[in-house]
Design a protein around this ligand. Structure first.
Ligand SMILES: Nc1ncnc2c1ncn2[C@@H]1O[C@H](COP(=O)(O)OP(=O)(O)O)[C@@H](O)[C@H]1O
Ligand SMILES: [Mg+2]
Length: 614
């Protein structure tokens, strides 16, 4: 039985620690009163308000040293930290450095009118306001927890690829039973966790960032503020605003060549423009050759083809009715978009449509650092026919092939393929596409992927990040892997369709399981390299701070100078000891540590970079 008897005696800021039991070598540690404390500039103006001001900042030099000695003696620190969380909280260096950014309410744009749920349990975990005090102190005292282990908390269900293969292959799942389905408070959050990897994008709606989770020594795979990227309604404004910057430089960015033009029907101006367009003679002319000129999409929250509808005759009639042919634009607040349908998709060998699911890693938002990863083709199993009313012909969502698989499963061969063959066929690699295009004579260059398609994707990713980055909350521990959908048309133009947070991580066959596992392993290599680099700098910083505080006393230290140094070291960049391996499958496309156009690693020309970047 372990018993650590520590008695804290509080008297005028003095606290004494005595120990009993067999864990300490000496009879007693005495924690001296802090030799000083910080008073920030505002409260130092008035001596009288100093004591009562909540802005008063304490730093107890001895507390940290005492805890460090305890840690070095091999005792498990977590129970001790928990027992004395109040003292630790008051002296938390990250609070003094204002490193905790607060609850991020201003970046809740995942869905309209999003609100915090800090009193509702999530993944079975209770919220604890001292969680970050404990975690970050623990990791300062036990840096090997950051440097030598990869401890995950995820909300995926226990039989998911993430929990079954990925976490064990990379590190360990420190809360294997916690998942989205647990709705009662069962556990406290594990304090050795260094990475949160969740499918739900709302973890930060349930736990306060920098208090209850996502502490200074932890990373989290969603960027508060990412709604601009992941909501179709917000994409429209994002693209239009960005395009304005390039009105006179269409060679740099032309929204009509990047995103199929879209009107938000709950926006009076755009709705009116849409009806003006569909009431024009040109539109009636167009309808003769293109039976589906638009596609209607729900603005947010619908996926897998559920929120997309063909603007066929029936849909057109109902939309005209709902908006009284544009007369009542602005009144109907339903979050719908009308988007131009790409009429000339490149087709594959069965004359079928496909789209790309590509992966983009925003590895850091402080500063922006991003990577590209190959994806694959999602191939429709229906023969493409412009006049078809079938969703599965026009939309390439894997989900829509369920019925085809069922038919094939019941013994009926489809396109001469069995169910298993169809499942494999549905996912082509980018190399498969290049081979097919070479064979069919559509391209001649056998380096087409490297010389044309990948650079084109990289450029599109860079624009996608540039048009959304102002919305991201700049937290050093936030990163996100997005799944981006693109269409390729007959002229080999790429079209951005949508960006998904938490792309499906399901290994539908062995190839995909291996592909996803490698991609995620490599992603965590990158993320831990940045976290560890940052933690190395923070360790050095805290050691320096400690030394100066114990030698000179904290009252002579200028908090502003220290804070500014902290802000600098807390920005992500790699330290030489934490490099990324050569065979990592992610390719860097942005690194804002580099100056000017170098930040885009040659993927966009200098003339396309504006003043903001220089
Ligand atoms: N503007 C468009 N033109 C042609 N096809 C489109 C267009 N928008 C979407 N699609 C097709 O429909 C599919 C579903 O659309 P998407 O916006 O990705 O909705 P979801 O969120 O349901 O996946 C896409 O994968 C693509 O194949
Ligand atoms: Mg999609």
């Amino acid at each position: 039985m372990c018993f650590i008897g520590i008695i804290f005696i509080h008297h005028n800021r003095q606290l004494a620690v005595q120990q009993a039991g067999s864990y300490f070598d000496t009879a007693a540690y005495i924690f001296q009163p802090p030799n000083s404390y910080f008073v920030d500039h505002q409260s130092s103006k008035s001596k009288t308000t100093q004591k009562s001001s909540s802005k008063q900042l304490n730093y107890n030099v001895n507390l940290f040293e005492e805890l460090k000695r305890t840690s070095e003696s091999g005792i498990d620190l977590l129970p001790i930290l928990n027992e004395h969380k109040q003292q630790i909280s008051e002296s938390n260096i990250f609070k003094i450095m204002k490193a905790y950014k607060g609850p991020a309410l201003d970046r809740f744009n995942d869905y309209p009118n999003a609100k915090p749920h800090y009193n509702s349990p999530y993944i079975g975990v209770k919220q604890d306001n001292n969680y970050c005090d404990i975690v970050d102190t623990y990791n300062l005292l036990n840096p090997q927890n950051v440097f030598d282990t990869k401890n995950f908390v995820g909300d995926y269900i226990p039989k998911s690829l993430v929990k079954k293969f990925v976490f064990p292959a990379i590190g360990q799942d420190v809360m294997p039973d916690a998942h989205m389905g647990v709705t009662v408070r069962r556990w406290k959050m594990n304090e050795t966790a260094t990475a949160f990897f969740t499918k739900s994008v709302l973890m930060h709606h349930y736990f306060k960032i920098g208090t209850q989770f996502m502490c200074a020594s932890q990373i989290y795979n969603h960027i508060p503020g990412n709604g601009i990227l992941t909501r179709k309604d917000m994409n429209v404004g994002m693209v239009n605003d960005y395009a304005k910057k390039y009105e006179n430089k269409p060679q740099c960015f032309n929204k009509h060549m990047y995103f199929p033009y879209a009107y938000r029907l709950n926006n009076q101006t755009e709705c009116t423009q849409f009806f003006a367009e569909i009431n024009s003679p040109e539109y009636h002319q167009l309808k003769k050759t293109e039976p589906v000129p638009f596609i209607i999409k729900i603005g947010w929250g619908a996926h897998r083809g559920d929120g997309v509808f063909l603007f066929d005759d029936a849909k057109e009639t109902s939309i005209r009715e709902t908006y009284q042919n544009g007369e009542i634009c602005g009144e109907n607040k339903k979050d719908l978009l009308a988007q131009k349908y790409i009429p000339n998709p490149l087709l594959l060998d069965l004359n079928n449509k496909f789209d790309f699911r590509m992966y983009m890693l925003v590895a850091s938002v402080n500063p922006v650092i991003a990577f590209y990863h190959d994806g694959f083709l999602r191939v429709s199993l229906g023969i493409y026919d412009k006049d078809s009313k079938e969703k599965g012909v026009h939309f390439t969502n894997t989900h829509l092939s369920k019925k085809t698989f069922k038919d094939a499963g019941s013994g009926r061969m489809i396109h001469n393929m069995t169910e298993e063959e169809l499942r494999d066929y549905q996912m082509w690699t980018m190399e498969d596409l290049q081979d097919y295009l070479l064979q069919s004579g559509k391209i001649k260059n056998d380096r087409w992927l490297d010389e044309y398609l990948r650079p084109k994707f990289k450029e599109a990713f860079i624009h996608t990040i540039r048009m959304s980055q102002h919305s991201y909350m700049t937290l050093s521990g936030a990163f996100e892997m997005f799944g981006l959908d693109f269409l390729l048309d007959e002229d080999l133009n790429l079209w951005f369709i949508e960006c998904n947070a938490s792309p499906q991580l399901i290994g539908t066959n062995e190839y995909k399981t291996n592909f996803l596992t490698k991609m995620l392993t490599d992603m965590f290599e990158i993320q831990y390299a940045y976290l560890r680099s940052r933690w190395r700098r923070i360790q050095t910083f805290v050691a320096k701070f400690q030394t100066q505080a114990s030698e000179q006393g904290t009252s002579s230290m200028d908090i502003k100078v220290w804070k500014s140094e902290f802000d600098n070291i807390n920005r992500n960049r790699l330290e030489p000891e934490f490099t990324i391996s050569q065979d990592n499958t992610w390719h860097k496309i942005i690194d804002k540590n580099l100056p000017g156009k170098d930040a885009y690693l040659g993927f966009i020309p200098e003339e396309c970079i504006d003043d903001e970047d220089l």
